[in-house]
Design a protein around this ligand. Structure first.
Ligand code: BDR
Ligand code: CA
Length: 310
């Protein structure tokens, strides 16, 4: 049964194959109302992330969702992208038609602050990219933690190795200073890292079955997955960003722990490493997803997007 009052939410993205699927899931879940999407440099540069986001929204018929472009690079370090993983245009080389939709005038951090003030205490954010936009918003509006209801962050590798280095997860590694600002803040953050996101996967079998379907969601996932299954020749890939959307809409999909999160911002090979500090008292504590109900997520993802289960 659809909930009476969907939760207002902003997605912060670097679209990206799994970001595109997260956008689709968020737009289709009855628990959520996507009031805006902000973009940032991450998997691809900010311009490409913005273009991809607009095209994905348009393809899904969600043309009214405003898109606010944000930071064009990390706070301190040079930007390093993940095109090798996500394909030359970030969407596995899949070409979506251009979007005629209007863009928001506001810059992403400003858009986040304005929306948080308007929806005081009710707005959630799902951050699926380097945390540059949110860190800047925090610097511009130190009261932001009072205005936001919850922030779900795709980031970190707490009990497992990283995916960009043996120590670090990509989103945190790209802008560790921004991640450290967010982790040290009083924002009500839920970290959803590789500990759980690598366990929920889209498989080659599902992809092959999607290719016979003709609705927008199936065509999107079939098109953007070609890079993974034909070029990278993997048998499955992780649905990192969609799991974060599910974790906000249906919190019991993940099992949560409580601890303070620290981020390595040094100059050595451990940069971007995320660690858990328990019982420290001096630092704000956050929620960290260390368990996931894989079956529940798979059903939710597949049913919501009209895709085959396996
Ligand atoms: C994260 O990095 C990006 O490549 C994905 O879109 C996801 O947000 C996983 O480490
Ligand atoms: Ca992402």
């Amino acid at each position: 049964m659809a909930p009476d009052n969907p939760r207002p939410v902003i997605l912060d993205v670097d679209t990206g194959v799994d970001d595109a699927l997260a956008i689709a899931l968020a737009c289709r879940l009855p628990e959520l109302e996507v009031i805006g999407v902000t973009t940032v440099a991450g998997n691809v540069d900010q311009r490409q992330a913005t273009e991809n986001t607009r095209r994905v929204l348009h393809f899904l018929g969600a043309i009214d969702v405003p898109v606010a472009p944000g930071m064009t690079g990390p706070l301190v370090r040079p930007h390093q992208d993940a095109r090798a993983y996500h394909g030359p245009n970030g969407l596995g080389g899949f070409e979506l038609p251009p979007s005629p939709g209007r863009m928001v005038g506001a810059h992403a951090p400003e858009f986040i602050i304005q929306a948080a003030r308007e929806h005081q205490g009710e707005l959630d954010m799902i951050c699926l990219a380097p945390l540059t936009n949110l860190a800047v918003a925090l610097r511009l509006e130190p009261e932001l933690p009072r205005f936001l209801h919850r922030v779900v962050v795709m980031g970190g590798a707490f009990t497992v190795p990283g995916n960009i280095t043996p120590y670090a997860e990509f989103n945190i590694w790209v802008d560790p200073e921004a991640a450290a600002i967010v982790a040290r803040s009083e924002l009500p953050v839920t970290f959803v890292g590789l500990d759980v996101t690598t366990r929920v996967r889209f498989t080659r079998e599902q992809w092959e079955r999607c290719r016979g379907l003709d609705h927008a969601e199936a065509r999107l996932i079939a098109g953007i997955s070609t890079w993974a299954f034909e070029h990278r020749q993997v048998d499955s890939y992780a649905l990192h960003d969609p799991l974060c959307v599910a974790a906000l809409a249906v919190p019991s999909v993940v099992g949560l722990d409580q601890a303070a999160v620290t981020v390595d911002t040094g100059l050595w090979n451990t940069v971007g490493e995320t660690r858990l500090l328990r019982g420290d008292g001096a630092r704000p504590e956050h929620l960290i997803a260390l368990d996931v109900d894989v079956e529940r997520f798979t059903v939710l993802f597949s049913e919501t997007l009209g895709l085959p289960l396996a």
